[in-house]
Structure formats: C-alpha cells, structure tokens
Design a protein around this ligand. Structure first.
Ligand code: PLP
Length: 421
C-alpha cells in the first residue's frame, strides 16, 4: 500500500463538491502515483506479473460523495451496498463516517461485523435468502431484512421470527442499466396478501423497500416508487402494522445525483411525515469515480487496410472483461481509455481497438477509440470511473490473477484524518 495526501481547506472542498478543487487534485495525485509506480517497472526485465494492471483509489472522492449525499438527501441515511465494491479501505472509511451497510450474503454480513459495526446498522437486503444465512443473521442479531414472496415469510418464521421485515415492492426500472424487477419485488396486486400472511404468521413487518434499478437514469422513477410505498404503508395500517422505515434502495448515479435527490426529497416530504425513518442502499454512487485503473499494453497487431492503405491497430491489454472490465458485460459500462505513458512522441489521432488478455474473442474492451500517437507494447493506459462492479466481479479465467494491487490516496483532509493517510 502506498499513501499520499494533499492539504486543502475544508471550506474549499465543501463550496462546490460536485466539481471541486479536491476532485481535480485527486486526479492529479492519481496520475502522479501511477507514474511513480510504472517508472520502477521495466517490462523487459521485471518479474512475471510485476506489470499487472493496478488501481489507484482516491478516498477523498468517497468522502466527497458522502458530503454531497448529506447535503442533498439529509433525510435518507445511506446503507452502502457492499456488493458493488467490498474494498476493505472503502468499507472502513464508510464505517467511520457512520453509514449503514446493505449486505447480500452471510459473507458480506461477516465482513461488516468484523469491522466492529453494530448489527443494527446492517440490512440484509436480499429477498430470497439461503436458510443457513438466515440462521447466521439470527445468531448475529442482524434483524433488518427484506422479503417479497410468501415462501420467504415461512422460512423467516421458522428461522428468525423476531426479524424486522421490509416488504420489497416492484418498480418500473425500464430506464436503468441493470434491471432488477424481472427477479425481485412484489407487484402491487400482491402486497396486501403478503402483509396479511406476515400478520397471520405473527411476523414483524417494519417497512417497505424498493430499488429503481441499478444505473437508473429517470429521476421520476423514485417519485413513482415512493407513491407506491405510501400505498403499502396504508395497507399495512389497515391490518394493524405501524410501519416506521422506508428503504429507497440504490440506483443513484454520480452524474444525475442532484436531480434524483431533489425529486426523491420532494416525494418523501409529500408522502411521508418526518417521523418515518428513511434509508437508502447506494452502491455505485459512492465508489465509481474513486477508482482508476492502469493497464499495460502486452501485445499489438497491425492490420493494413488495402482499401485505404491505412494501418489499424489492435492493442492487447493485461486486463479484460474476465478481469476488472467485467463491468462492460455485467454492468453495461463503456470503457474510456487515456494514455498514461508512451514511447512515441507523435500526437496525431490514431484509431485503436482494445482487447483483454484471455483467449476468448468476447474479451474486447472497445471496438474503436482514438488515442494520440502510436502506442506500442510496454506503454500504459488508464481508465477512470472503475469503482463499481469491477474488481469484485473479476474471475481467474485463463489462470490470470484477480487480485490487483490497490494504491490509496486521499485528496481530502477529512478522509485523511479518518484513515491516517
Ligand atoms: N440494493 C440492492 C438490493 C441491489 O440489488 C443493488 C444492486 O444491485 C444495490 C442496492 C446497489 O445499487 P446501485 O449500485 O445501483 O446503487
């Protein structure tokens, strides 16, 4: 691990969190750390794997996202979705900042409990759980959990009858990158029946949850889901439940955050009195922009186009869709390469296609991109916005490692103080 920090005043960073000075400093520091590291790697002589792809993470960016959340969504207590990126330093920072955590499995719950986080800060937000994992949650007093079907209620009654249950409802997630409603969520014509069954089983329903889809792009989807949640709160009152918490899920994007927060805040204020507690489960919002990945060019193929006489270049990198670019497949992301270092001094635009290191043809990072100058084996590229659904989805296909080095920096004194950087 390598740490660097930079001093800027707290006021400076708070004044404009979205396009802050701290963000620019973070980008500069990231490049400095990249360059320092690759300076020491000679790809002709280095130990095998020394030139592997690696990340630089600006913890200041995670910290700024937290401040931005608090400024725009005061009413909603974030429970970070661990699945998105369970990086230990990110989890530690968020634990220090006092967020809650959305866990999807026993293993994630264990990771968070091992940080010393109180079980009341965890929601087991998976409506279809393994029986032994429910028993584990019961043994460790992780009470909050979601359900969306009758079978789950029978399971919970058997293994954790004291659990605090959230009924997850279906949403219109048609404008999101990763739709979840094909798989999860009770439709509005089933909610009353499920609440009645929970009541008959003497279970403790405490709230409603929803998710508007990961990578959502329509802020109004939050408003519609909040209105549906209100209906379910009222249905619950009819049969004697007094629900106290609404969970507005994840789906928040860095680019659209302010408009999503404004639509959501308005809908919350119109539909829920202040005594209703509101939590959220943001994942990508917290980590996407904090992680930048450096990759080495390990091979190049030059193809002459007889029609135009031009050369097309195929560059092969030491990371691909079976590695940290898994997000191109699972998360429908688009890679935007930038040059970190190159031997050639020319600066004219050249077209490239980029490929991963595995033997599979699907392992393509981008069909076409224009970069300035002729790139060659041994040169380095970097990719921003690589924090969400990347390294946690990497496989060992073809024998490659899925443990890439992570170097931490902090461009915010607030984060530095919490993490001793
Ligand atoms: N909560 C649940 C239940 C999820 O399934 C997910 C992602 O799949 C999230 C939260 C995080 O979503 P996002 O990263 O889009 O904020």
């Amino acid at each position: 691990q390598q740490y660097a920090s930079i001093k800027i005043s707290e006021n400076q960073s708070r004044s404009n969190i979205k396009a802050s000075h701290g963000k620019e400093l973070g980008k500069q520091l990231t490049k400095d750390v990249f360059r320092e590291r690759i300076k020491s790697i000679d790809t002709d002589t280095c130990a095998p794997g020394e030139e592997d792809a690696f990340f630089v993470v600006d913890m200041g960016e995670v910290y700024r996202q937290h401040l931005r959340w608090k400024m725009n969504l005061k009413r909603v207590k974030p429970h970070y979705a661990v699945k998105c990126n369970p990086d230990p330093e990110v989890l530690r920072l968020l634990a220090e900042l006092g967020t809650g955590f959305d866990c999807a499995s026993m293993q994630e719950i264990e990771t968070i409990l091992n940080l010393g986080v109180d079980p009341s800060r965890i929601i087991y937000a998976q409506p279809c759980k393994t029986k032994s994992f429910i028993r584990f949650a019961a043994d460790h007093r992780v009470k909050q959990m979601t359900f969306d079907n009758a079978d789950e209620l029978y399971k919970i009654q058997r293994f954790y009858p004291d659990a605090e249950l959230f009924l997850r409802i279906l949403t219109d997630d048609s404008s999101s990158l990763c739709r979840l409603s094909d798989k999860f969520g009770a439709s509005m014509d089933t909610t009353m029946r499920l609440l009645q069954l929970a009541k008959d089983l003497d279970l403790n329903v405490v709230g409603v949850s929803f998710h508007v889809g990961s990578g959502a792009s329509d802020p109004q989807s939050f408003a519609r889901a909040v209105q549906d949640s209100r209906i379910v709160f009222d249905q619950a009152s009819e049969i004697g439940y007094h629900l106290k918490t609404l969970d507005v899920g994840g789906g928040f994007s860095g680019d659209l955050f302010e408009s999503m927060a404004s639509v959501l805040s308005k809908a919350l204020d119109e539909n829920f009195p202040p005594n209703v507690r509101v939590i959220g489960e943001p994942g990508r919002y917290y980590v996407s922009s904090a992680f930048t990945l450096a990759c080495n060019i390990i091979a190049r193929r030059d193809i002459q186009d007889p029609a135009t006489g031009r050369t097309n270049y195929m560059l092969y990198l030491n990371d691909g869709v079976y590695g940290n670019f898994a997000s191109l497949i699972y998360d429908h992301q688009i890679a935007s390469p930038r040059i970190l270092s190159k031997q050639d001094r020319s600066t004219h635009g050249v077209e490239y296609s980029l490929w991963g290191p595995s033997c599979d043809g699907i392992d393509r990072i981008t069909d076409t991109c224009t970069l300035h100058g002729i790139l060659d084996v041994g040169d380095w590229l970097y990719f921003e916005e690589m924090g969400a659904y990347t390294k946690c989805c990497a496989t060992r296909f073809n024998g490659f490692t899925n443990h890439h080095d992570v170097l931490y920096i902090s461009s915010e004194p607030g984060a530095s103080a919490l993490l001793n950087y």
